[in-house]
Design a protein around this ligand. Structure first.
Ligand SMILES: Nc1ncnc2c1ncn2[C@@H]1O[C@H](COP(=O)(O)OP(=O)(O)O)[C@@H](O)[C@H]1O
Ligand SMILES: [Mg+2]
Length: 638
């Protein structure tokens, strides 16, 4: 499991201390030792072998680091809050009292940091007890993982393909059209969309087969091996004996393929390619040719497709529509189209809709139901736990594993950005401008030369689109991403990862957090309330004191006391029922983003002026059509 949030926090802590040298001196903090430990832990986190990330022991170890990092962040943010609070209350008559208070706050921070320092040292030392090993060499891992990943490769049976008629037609045309230049035709989209299925259908179609002198299919995946790739190509082309191939070196294999292909019009499929290097590794085996050879690329990354051929043709298949989704489901559940008994149709359709047109999910769901009794009771049971079945159940894990591959290879700086989507309501279209402002406020954006934070953030957004992790719903006139949406299965991926990493917590109804979340160090840092239920205040709300971001997308009025939310950085109460902002809002010294669009707030309290860290204030009141009790009036909004 990736621990982006932890690495990120450790970096922040280091940066804070370096920027507060006077404090460090005053508190006699051994900054060298602290920074050393931080750097070491960061390296360890990066290096923890991918194979170990799912092990319980490693998870425990990482969660210890997370707790310390959270504790440190809390200590620093509270310190900044208190200092600021003092300044605001400060009058000359209270000078001595203030000074004493100031000293006390500093001492508290000092003690806390000393404690943290010790804990970090302990954790660093304890990694051996936890049996944590680090990657020795990339090669070893590549061969190990390539074997695992080969097993993950979905088995595609062409006979059962639903739809894709139009896609096959478009692609076949591009493959067979008169154009001597060797061209790539790429199929780009998220995992499980049917890229491989589509490529296979085209590859095996009669028109295409007739057109080419020879064809080869190479499956790449995330972890590939140089020799394995080249060898598999040659085997498919000329089928040499095992002894013959064993004698050849890499160059020999490459030359032999090249020589064979130089006189032929070939069709090559590079299936599931993730990185440019993989193409660089095999490209030597494929002569440019002038007789209309073609390469079909399937990938989740548009950038890689364009790397293979910048002038190539990109095709992005769409998710299945409702009718095709149903056909595919019936095919998998009953073995033939339309075989669903009338009485099961409604339940079946409800379940299929949860797959949001993703063939992989529909296939898995159909398979799951094919072995269940075909009764309303049996199907009703599955419907009740459909979320579990699609995400955590034995079959659901297969879906998640395939989707998660995209998350696992995300660079650190994109991970938090991806997890962030979960804070928005499911299936919503998200405004890119707002999202970017939020990322900036959260501190996710790294500085890059002369570029503004917003420019860098736009690149991050494009990169997530490029990796097929999000879909663009609308682009603006200059081609930038305007509105985006996330497939709901990927959305669940961001939930499970997010909760695991204590990145966020959803729908805390009645202020109750799951038991294991209570306590300031392990409480989630971001909370989103999407619930239609009221979020009532009760005594157990101490955990709110360490919440940094609150999304309040509930129909119910926002009543949270600002005093409980001292460390907030982001407050987004867009669209919720609120008429007036409390004046205490001015106390939120860390607040960077305040989203008030679509609320009923018409005037702002003057204390807003005290929010000196505020970067974004989103406004836009709507007309109040409720009565004093918050009930909707009959009149329509003009
Ligand atoms: N149009 C389709 N008709 C029937 N099954 C499909 C279709 N598209 C995808 N599938 C099934 O969905 C699963 C994932 O498809 P696959 O082609 O491997 O996706 P991708 O290559 O985009 O990750 C496979 O089990 C495949 O059989
Ligand atoms: Mg595939």
């Amino acid at each position: 499991m990736a621990e982006s949030a932890v690495a990120f926090l450790l970096e922040k802590l280091g940066a804070f201390l370096s920027s507060q040298l006077d404090l460090v001196v005053e508190l006699d903090i051994n900054i060298c030792s602290l920074q050393n430990d931080l750097a070491l832990l960061q390296e360890f986190l990066k290096d923890v072998d991918a194979r170990q990330r799912d092990s319980e022991r490693v998870k425990v170890w990482i969660s210890q680091i997370r707790n310390v990092a959270f504790r440190a962040e809390d200590a620093i943010d509270r310190y900044v809050y208190e200092v600021e609070f003092q300044k605001r209350r400060g009058g000359s008559s209270k000078k001595t009292a203030n000074h004493a208070r100031r000293l006390k706050i500093r001492q508290e921070l000092g003690t806390e940091i000393q404690g943290i320092n010790k804990m970090l040292q302990k954790i660093t030392a304890s990694r051996l007890d936890f049996g944590i090993e680090f990657r020795q060499s990339d090669e070893g891992e590549a061969s190990h993982s390539s074997k695992i990943l080969h097993k993950v490769m979905p088995i595609v049976e062409e006979t059962d393909v639903v739809g894709f008629e139009q896609d096959v037609k478009i692609l076949s045309e591009k493959l067979t059209i008169e154009n001597p230049r060797r061209t790539a035709v790429s199929i780009v989209g998220m995992g499980g969309l049917g890229k491989t299925t589509l490529a296979r259908k085209v590859y095996n179609s009669d028109d295409v087969k007739k057109h080419f002198d020879c064809q080869a299919w190479v499956y790449v995946s995330q972890k590939w091996e140089h020799r394995e790739l080249l060898q598999s190509i040659l085997e498919k082309l000329v089928n040499p004996s095992k002894q013959e191939i064993a004698k050849m070196n890499l160059e020999g294999i490459e030359n032999k393929s090249k020589e064979y292909l130089s006189t032929r019009r070939y069709l090559l499929v590079i299936d599931d390619i993730w990185d440019k290097l993989a193409w660089d590794t095999v490209r030597g085996a494929f002569p440019e040719g002038k007789d209309g050879s073609r390469i079909i690329v399937t990938t989740r990354r548009e950038e890689v497709a364009l790397y293979v051929d910048p002038q190539g043709f990109l095709h992005k298949p769409q998710c299945l529509d409702e009718r095709k989704s149903w056909d595919l489901f019936c095919l998998r559940a009953f073995g033939s189209k339309g075989g669903c008994p009338e009485g099961l149709r409604k339940i079946g359709k409800q379940m299929v809709s949860r797959c949001a047109g993703l063939p992989l999910a529909i296939t898995v769901l159909g398979g799951l139901l094919s072995v269940k009794q075909k009764t309303k009771v049996a199907w009703g049971k599955v419907l009740k736990r459909i979320t579990y079945e699609l995400h955590e159940g034995e079959d659901g894990q297969n879906i998640q594993r395939i989707l998660r591959l995209s998350y696992d290879v995300l660079p650190d700086y994109l991970r938090s950005c991806f997890l962030y989507f979960r804070l928005f309501p499911e299936d919503s279209e998200i405004d890119a401008e707002e999202l970017i402002q939020l990322w900036v406020a959260e501190g996710f954006i790294q500085e890059r030369g002369q570029e503004t934070m917003e420019e860098v953030a736009e690149d991050y957004l494009e990169e997530l689109v490029d990796r097929s992790l999000i879909q663009v719903v609308k682009r603006n006139s200059t081609g930038g991403v305007n509105k985006r949406r996330i497939h709901n299965l990927l959305f669940y991926l961001s939930i499970s990862q997010g909760e695991e990493e204590k990145f966020l917590c959803m729908n805390v109804v009645g202020n109750h957090l799951p038991a294991n979340n209570v306590g300031s160090t392990s409480a989630p840092r971001r909370v989103a309330i999407h619930s239609k239920e009221s979020f009532s205040k009760n005594s157990n709300s101490s955990w709110l004191g360490s919440v940094r971001s609150m999304f309040w997308y509930s129909d119910y009025s926002f009543q949270q006391s600002i005093n409980d939310l001292k460390l907030l950085r982001v407050l987004n109460i867009k669209g919720s029922y609120i008429r007036r902002l409390p004046k205490e809002i001015g106390l939120l010294v860390h607040l960077r983003f305040l989203g008030l669009e679509g609320t009923y707030i018409e005037t702002l309290p003057s204390s807003i002026g005290m929010l000196r860290n505020l970067q974004t204030l989103r406004l836009g009141a709507r007309l109040d059509t409720r009565d004093n009790n918050g009930r909707q009036l009959d009149g329509k909004v003009p």
